[in-house]
Design a protein around this ligand. Structure first.
Ligand code: SF4
Ligand code: SF4
Length: 636
């Protein structure tokens, strides 16, 4: 006998389960078209890999996922892809999303299936990959990828594996009927999950209002160590945290997950899907759904292909459209109204209620809160629903968050008991949505700020490196120039310059040295021009007046000094252009081509200036090749 604990709060709404549990599970068959949303799970949406007009086989992957969180989508039957388009999907907001619309060909031709009955011979990661590739997500409503859930982090060892057969919400009997009719399949799936997790304890929690299912489970689990724990019927005992508390006495910490306390909960339908995937190689393309409500002549449970429009299921159950005033997806406590019957039923859809006007009447008008406190008594999470409502209504989201808004499981127990008919859960959903939106915005702006700061740092670093390179170049050039000048002067003074080329070079160096001296003493030059002229001539110790006959004949011809000035200007400009080109290269500027052309042009100018000096000096050098000072009318 399994020891049981209890949780605070909870309510006892009318069960309304017998309407749909009196008939065996029936196949819903092929609808005229299947609408398959690419996102039927928590995580990244799958990426469509088929095209309009393409033929697909039953079980073929039509949308694949990357390495992130997500699972693929498969064709539930063979047929032709009609279109890939935005279609209304099951969501409380009535939103549309990208879907593959498939027209069945009626042939039901399967793709090749690869069963793994000897899965124990595989690595565990291989089995997890098969579960992922089969597109399995938690069928209890959240749609969390099962392969990820079955691989908790190393610091979260799962000691207790719970199969959730409580199915506490009124009207819904899909799990009840699955346990009755597919107990062996379910047990096989449970064994696979237990093999993956190696827990010390495996327990199936089931409410006492399901005697047939309890009997079927006991028979299927006979001889195994799996416990069948029959728990009291109270809503929401099937909530993950509530069931864990009932079966283990442990509470999942606020903001935590069951694995934090060594527990994992899986759904009945998920266990069946895992068995189908591993033992038969079949992907998740259908599931058991309840179709119930007073507007249906033959309510019951159906094996429904994923993507089947709600209209088709209602037809199977004998809908009386005149009587149907409201179509609810899910149960009356946690479900929401569908805007029309074309909405497709997906992996996480477990029930549709075609309710008559008297069955699920429109909610009474909201009245002011009378502070009766009944909502707090009913809350299974021991929250303060009344205060949460005030803060959500006043958009004081931080205060609502402070009161553990995100621990609310949206079970609707508080709304159910509220005498003022306040749609409390809707306020909580609104507040959660706004907070998530604000967080997303904050994350977006944080990411943008980080990117901006990183870019700024990179630009600063590049600028510093550029400046340093410039300084290094200038320093090296100055040193080289100093060295050349010193060498030239030494050779001229020592009389060691013997060949024509060296003589020319020495003369150029001397001229450059004079130019620098001239620039440095520019002010003095302006005040004492005659002195400066004589000083300029002075460095040339070998100069003698008799060299006057070397003055160029044409008065308009530039002197060597002027040519040297031109050379210096050309060199300066070339260096500037080369520096700009280097900057442009590192900054990937668009004017690189232009600068390259400018550099080429300036190289040519430097060469031209150098040639002009050579020519002028050729005329100035005596026939014996000894170096002589360059003369011009100016320095003469
Ligand atoms: S049950 Fe309704 S009326 Fe009563 S305290 Fe809660 S919100 Fe207010
Ligand atoms: S909906 Fe949230 S606040 Fe209301 S009873 Fe359920 S858990 Fe508590």
């Amino acid at each position: 006998m399994t020891q049981l604990w209890s949780f605070g709060g909870g309510v006892h709404p009318p069960e309304n389960k017998s309407q749909s549990s009196s008939r065996p599970i029936r196949p819903a068959g092929l609808p005229a078209k299947l609408i398959l949303p690419l996102q039927q799970h928590i995580g990244e949406p799958a990426r469509c890999i088929v095209e309009p007009g393409q033929k697909v086989l039953k079980g073929e992957v039509i949308a694949q996922v990357g390495n992130g969180m997500g699972v693929p989508v498969h064709a539930p039957t063979s047929g032709i892809v009609e279109r890939i388009s935005l279609e209304p999907v099951p969501h409380p907001s009535g939103m549309s999303d990208t879907c593959v619309v498939l027209i069945p060909d009626g042939e039901e031709r399967w793709c090749e299936l690869v069963p793994q009955p000897e899965y124990r011979k595989l690595e565990r990661v291989q089995v997890l990959a098969l579960i992922r590739q089969a597109g399995i997500v938690g069928l209890g409503g959240a749609g969390f990828p099962t392969n990820i859930k079955l691989r908790p982090s190393v610091d979260r060892k799962v000691d207790t594996l719970i199969l959730n057969g409580a199915e506490c919400e009124p009207y819904i009997t899909a799990d009840d009927m699955t346990m009755r009719e597919k107990a062996d399949q379910m047990m096989a799936g449970l064994r696979i999950m237990a093999w993956l997790l190696r827990p010390a304890r495996v327990v199936i929690g089931i409410e006492e209002n399901k005697p047939e299912a309890i009997a079927a489970l006991r028979q299927a689990a006979e001889g195994s160590k799996t416990e069948i724990a029959v728990i009291p019927t109270i809503y929401p005992s099937g909530g993950e945290k509530q069931l864990i508390q009932i079966l283990t006495g442990q509470e999942v910490p606020s903001g935590g997950i069951p694995a934090d306390i060594g527990v994992m909960c899986q759904n009945i339908g998920t266990a069946v899907a895992v068995a189908d995937a591993i033992l038969q190689g079949k992907p998740l393309i259908s599931r058991v759904m309840t179709a119930t409500g007073e507007a249906l002549a033959e309510p019951g449970n159906f094996e429904v292909l994923v993507g089947t429009p709600a209209r088709h299921l209602l037809t199977c159950a004998g809908v009386d459209k005149q009587r149907m005033s409201r179509l609810v997806l899910g149960g009356p406590m946690m479900g929401y109204t569908l805007p029309n019957t074309d909405i497709p039923l997906i992996k996480t859809s477990n029930c549709v209620i075609a309710a008559s006007a008297s069955e699920l009447p429109a909610p009474a008008p909201e009245q002011p809160c009378i502070r009766c406190g009944q909502c707090a008594e009913a809350c299974p999470m021991e929250l303060l629903p009344q205060q949460l409502f005030w803060h959500a209504k006043a958009t004081e989201f931080d205060k609502a968050e402070h009161l553990n808004l995100f621990d609310c499981i949206e079970c609707g127990a508080c709304s159910y008991v509220c005498p003022s008919s306040i749609p409390l859960v809707q306020y909580y959903r609104f507040a959660k949505g706004e907070i998530r939106l604000q967080r997303a915005e904050q994350q977006k702006s944080d990411r943008a700020r980080v990117r901006f700061e990183a870019r700024q740092q990179r630009l600063d670093r590049e600028q510093q490196e550029k400046d340093q390179r410039r300084k290094d170049r200038a320093l090296a050039a100055a040193k080289a120039q100093e060295q050349k000048t010193a060498d030239a002067q030494t050779r001229v003074q020592d009389g060691t310059v013997t060949d024509e080329r060296a003589g020319k070079s020495a003369l150029v160096e001397q001229a450059l040295a004079r130019k620098r001296a001239k620039a440095a003493g520019a002010s003095a030059e302006r005040t004492e021009p005659s002195t400066q002229l004589s000083e300029e001539a002075a460095p040339s110790e070998t100069f003698t007046p008799e060299h006057a006959d070397k003055i160029p004949a044409a008065e308009t011809a530039p002197s060597i000094e002027e040519l040297e000035q031109q050379l210096t200007q050309a060199q300066t400009k070339l260096e500037k252009m080369q520096s700009m080109l280097e900057d442009a290269h590192s900054g990937q500027a668009p004017n690189v081509d232009k600068l390259e052309r400018a550099v080429d042009k300036n190289i040519e100018r430097v060469r031209h200036a150098q040639r002009a000096i050579d020519d002028a000096q050729q005329q100035a050098v005596p026939a014996n090749g000894n170096a002589e000072p360059a003369l011009s009318r100016t320095n003469y």
